[in-house]
Design a protein around this ligand. Sequence first.
Ligand code: GLU
Length: 285
Amino acid sequence: MQPVVTRFAPSPTGLLHLGSAYSALVAWTRAREAGGRFLLRIEDIDTGRCRPEFEAALLGDLRWLGLDWDGEVRRQSEHFDTYHRVVEGLAGRGLAYPCFCTRADIAREIAGSGGAPHGPDGPLYPGTCRQLSPAERRQRIDAGHDHCIRLDAGRAALEVGPYAFVDEGQGRIEGQPVLAGDIVVARKDAPTSYHLAVTVDDHLQGVTLVTRGDDLLPSAHVQVLLQRLLGYATPGYSHHRLLADATGRRLAKRHGDLTIRSLRESGVTAEEVRHRALAGRTAAP
Ligand code: GLU
């Protein structure tokens, strides 16, 4: 049987909060129970928002919680060349194209066409730049126009055909290749995007089980599509519920009172925090 390899993949844009600590605990527990490997990956492609001091705090808080990881920490900002090559490969196969639209251009286009279908993150990109000729693309790039690179989801769907993945809680799920439309595979300010970097890294790191919050379930449709295009194996998925406070509000980074740091400082022990997170409780009983 394949050894279990899980990962925790936080973005260092703030202090570790109880909700993310829960995700880390789930991934760590699944690996340790199976005698497998638990990997730590820092998702810092947004170099404007990610900070080294948050990364240091994250690592410190994980250690304090008693979570140890295997091997080196992988930092996405150190692998931009790898992602760039993958994006070039997709573009070379006619599966990705440069998009010069600003947010305002996109909003105008959508308003002008009387609306757009919605995906998990809002209205889908209307495909404006998909229509540009190779000459127009070249001319705008040579003129130095800012652009991102988008996946041509329609073409990708045709190339891949029907696909599916398995989530432990929900069973077999049919892939919806155009669920999120022509997603960005390289941002204007970075040679990758969240989806592309996650897909490449899960493959290169040999992750066999992706555990993460169920808010990211829609991402799996896109990431498995990318895996199929790139010839990567598809891992298993286990999307877990997100911790909520007493009013049912999902925990997020902005709820600063629930950072591991503040719990530590208030004298709560690591064992209590672990227990609280696993019991889905955000406050002491
Ligand atoms: N970096 C993502 C986050 O902090 C998690 C990515 C993933 O688990 O696929 O929400």
